[in-house]
Each structure stands twice: as structure tokens, then as C-alpha cells.
Write a protein that binds this ligand. Structure first.
Ligand SMILES: [Zn+2]
Ligand SMILES: [Zn+2]
Length: 382
């Protein structure tokens, strides 16, 4: 507003002069959340309520008489998934206190993204295990998904060479044309692995640690990459396109609010704050679409947080869940896709050897796949 006093309000209001909390009207505020000054206790309650409200499906009274429900929580060791684990941990303890039982068990999954094949140890993982010893932790490596990707590709084309010279996952990723392609494909492989592990461990749903901020980034990035068709099946709560329900209990919270929550309320979570949690700008050179969207949403969120919330709401609720009209399932991302959605108006069937959705065809050009997978022909040099 013009002529307004020069007191700048930060996103979390940490620099503001202390005022009385608007909720309890007693304690001094420690932060300003969505223009409300809140004290420590009320800020904590605010975060917890937003999460627990999204977990209605998993109340104690909904537990079947013949067994416990299991939910998989993939842990990236970033502040979002750690905050989710922390809040759900307290939620389960409260359920147990009140009713003697819990609405679900948590299986916490950590994925080693190092491609080394031998699972490396992350000191942050040890810290998380020490903090939450009551929950089951399992680990997996991103290389574990490669076999299932290969079999999706092979099931589409039996002409592919089984000559023992299969490319490794790092070879495949390094053959992709850009940082955007690699980030995109890695993200979908991670999701496939999480779904495989959830099914394998009899989990009935996956609880993702995506905040409103992250969902907005994903919405814009997926649209930019040509996968807008699958958005509502990817970011809504409930049935997903991958055959297991997804839930996003942090969908009503911004990343900055979780950072403030760690800094002001739950100091032990601060070890999980990464350099990105405070970064202001991303170099645009060599950035993937995802990184640019992160930077963009970060800047929008500082001035216009309601726009960010709106992006997610629009994609999740206003786009109708369109059941797949065709049996085409993309060999990379496993999302059902419509062949008729080729934006250039060309049919994709004639030149494609592999069934890939529009988005994956941009990330993984056919030449890249055939180059890696085709048997050398007899006339080739030995
Ligand atoms: Zn208060
Ligand atoms: Zn795809």
C-alpha cells in the first residue's frame, strides 16, 4: 500500500514487533502466519491441525476389526517429510493415549539416490531413526527400480536385445538430453519405486510430504512438460493413477511455514533444514524446469501466497478426474495416457517403438532408447 509505514513483513513475520497472539489472546506472538500474529503454542497447533484434518480417513474408528492399516511415508530427509513424520508421530501418540490404539501404522521409507547400488549411510537418516524409534524404517536404492523399468520396456517390444549388455540406470540417465529430462525421469522412477515398495509391504496408501508450495511447483512443471492431462490423478488425495491411493497431508501448508515451525517451535527438526530452505534465487543456467518452477513459486509465495494455494486447488479439484479412455500406459512414468493428446496434431503411434506419454517422449527421445537398447546388427563392427 502506498504511504504505508516502512515496516516490512517477512513471510513468517519474524522481524515484526511482538504483538499478542490473536488466537489465545494471551501469549506474545512469535511469528505472523497469513497475517495473524501467533504465539509458539498456537503456531504449533496451527501446523498440527492442518495435517490432522487431512488424515480423517485414518481415524481409529475406521480401523478394520481384522487388522491394522499400514501407510507408507517416503522420507527425503528434507524438512517437509520430516515435519510430516514428526506431526504424525505425535498424532499417533495422542490416539494411543485417548483410545488405547492407533488408526494406522507408519512404515518410513528412505531411498538412496546415489546410484552406487550399495546403500550408503546418510547421517541424517540415523538422526531420524534416533528421533522416531517407534516406527519401522526401511531403505531402498533408486537402482532397484531399474529392473522394473526395463521389464516395462521389454514387455512392449520383444525384439529388444537380451544380449546381456543392458544399460545401467546411470548410463540411461546420462544419455538423456538435458537437466530437465534427467530430473523429470528420476522423479518418476522414484515415484514408481515408492509405489512398488508400498504394495510389496501391504501399505494401503502413500503419505507424501509435499507442501502447497511443492504441489504448486509440480503442477506448473508438469503442465510445462506436457503432462497436464494426468495432474489431478497425481496431486489429489485418494486414488492415484498408479494403483494405490496418495495422500498429501501437508497440502495446506507452505514450505516457509514448516521452516518457521522448525526454527521457532521444534528446534530438533532444524538439522533437516537444507541450504535450499533459505535460498532466494536459483541460477537459471543449466536449471531444470523443476528448479525454475521452485524459484518462481518461491518468489510468488513471498508476495502472493493465495495464488500458490489456488494453483493447487484448481489442479486438484477443478480438473475432473478423467478415467483413461485407452489402455496405453507409459513405460516410463506408468501413467495412463491418451494417444489423441498429441499437441502437434500428429499421431504418435507411427514412429514410436515404445509407448511413452507426451511428457516422457519429450524427456526420453526415441533415439535415446533405441540407441541404448537395440542389439547391434550383424553388419555393425564388432
Ligand atoms: Zn496463542
Ligand atoms: Zn510418461
Amino acid at each position: 500500500m502506498e504511504g504505508a509505514p516502512a515496516v516490512r513483513q517477512t513471510a513468517t513475520g519474524q522481524n515484526e514487533a511482538n504483538r499478542v497472539c490473536v488466537r489465545c489472546k494471551e501469549a506474545e506472538s512469535v511469528t505472523t502466519i497469513r497475517s495473524e500474529p501467533l504465539c509458539k503454542e498456537c503456531f504449533k497447533k496451527y501446523i498440527h491441525t492442518k495435517v490432522v484434518k487431512r488424515m480423517e480417513t485414518f481415524r481409529v474408528r475406521n480401523v478394520p476389526s481384522d487388522g491394522q492399516r499400514r501407510l507408507l511415508l517416503p522420507l527425503s530427509l528434507g524438512i517437509s517429510s520430516l515435519t510430516l513424520l514428526h506431526v504424525l508421530h505425535l498424532h499417533l501418540a495422542r490416539q494411543k493415549n485417548r483410545t488405547g490404539q492407533t488408526g494406522f501404522d507408519l512404515i518410513v521409507l528412505w531411498i538412496d539416490l546415489s546410484h552406487s547400488g550399495t546403500q550408503s549411510r546418510d547421517p541424517l537418516l540415523d538422526a531420524a531413526k534416533r528421533m522416531f524409534p517407534q516406527h519401522t524404517f526401511i531403505s531402498s536404492s533408486i537402482t532397484d527400480v531399474w529392473t522394473s523399468v526395463l521389464s516395462s520396456l521389454y514387455s512392449q517390444d520383444t525384439q529388444l536385445g537380451h544380449d546381456g549388455n543392458l544399460p545401467s540406470l546411470p548410463e540411461f540417465l546420462s544419455s538423456l538430453p538435458s537437466a530437465t529430462s534427467r530430473a523429470d525421469v528420476s522423479e518418476h522412477f522414484k515415484k514408481r519405486l515408492v509405489v512398488n515398495i508400498a504394495k510389496h509391504n501391504n501399505c494401503e496408501a502413500v503419505l507424501w510430504g509435499h507442501t502447497a508450495t511443492r504441489l504448486a511447483e509440480q503442477t506448473l512443471a508438469e503442465t510445462a512438460k506436457g503432462r497436464g492431462f494426468s495432474l489431478s490423478g497425481q496431486i489429489s488425495d485418494g486414488d492415484s493413477a498408479l494403483g494405490i491411493p496418495f495422500y498429501y497431508p501437508l497440502r495446506d501448508l507452505f514450505r516457509k511455514e514448516l521452516v518457521a515451525h522448525a526454527e521457532l517451535v521444534e528446534g530438533q527438526l532444524c538439522v533437516f533444514l537444507g541450504p535450499n530452505d533459505k535460498k532466494q534465487a536459483v541460477s537459471t543456467r543449466d536449471s531444470s524446469i523443476d528448479a525454475l518452477m521452485t524459484s518462481y513459486i518461491d518468489s510468488v509465495e513471498r508476495g502472493y501466497p493465495s495464488i500458490v494455494a489456488n494453483v493447487v486447488r484448481t489442479a486438484g479439484e477443478k480438473l475432473t478426474k478423467r478415467p483413461p479412455q485407452s489402455s496405453n500406459v507409459c513405460a516410463i512414468c506408468l501413467l495412463p495416457y491418451h494417444d489423441d493428446l498429441e499437441p502437434t496434431g500428429q499421431s504418435n503411434g507411427n514412429t514410436s517403438q515404445f509407448q511413452l506419454c507426451y511428457g516422457c517422449r519429450q524427456s526420453v527421445p526415441q533415439g535415446c532408447l533405441t540407441g541404448l537398447f537395440e542389439k547391434p546388427s550383424i553388419s555393425d563392427k564388432r
